[in-house]
Design a protein. Structure first.
Length: 135
């Protein structure tokens, strides 16, 4: 590994789009890279090992979020520091990893929701007209 860097691992439901050497960032600054990727068959998850620069202190309860760089481009892992006073050390595991909500998926969900709302509104308007006519 890089001299002096320390390694932390994170479990993730999917590491799709993350590769060896994918950047690891903190507050938008690259502080490390993905150094190893494995599949945990017992937990059915990906284990992503990251090498973090030695001067970076991360609280034990930090979380890793797999993020995509906008619409296109590779993914990277964004670390969100927790509030613990104890810091992560070499060989530690992050308890919680959030998969990225793909921007594309999010757009699709928003469009579907808008359509469903529109249909529901039309339905309600039709029913209101019927009730108005029956009085």
């Amino acid at each position: 590994g890089t001299r002096g860097s320390y390694r932390v691992a994170a479990h993730s439901a999917t590491a799709e789009g993350v590769y060896l050497d994918s950047p690891v960032t903190l507050a938008g600054v690259q502080i490390g890279r993905v150094s190893k990727m494995e599949f945990d068959s017992r937990r059915q998850t990906a284990i992503v090992t990251m090498e973090i620069a030695p001067e970076i202190e991360l609280p034990l309860d930090s979380i890793a979020i797999v993020t995509s760089e906008g619409m296109i481009g590779g993914r990277f892992i964004r670390l969100e520091p927790g509030g613990e006073l104890d810091m992560l050390r070499d060989g530690d595991r992050l308890d919680y990893t959030q998969g990225s909500i793909m921007f594309e998926d999010l757009l699709a969900k928003i469009i579907i929701t808008v359509e469903q709302n529109r249909l529901a509104r039309r339905e309600a308007e039709k029913n209101a007209e019927k009730e108005g006519a029956s009085q």
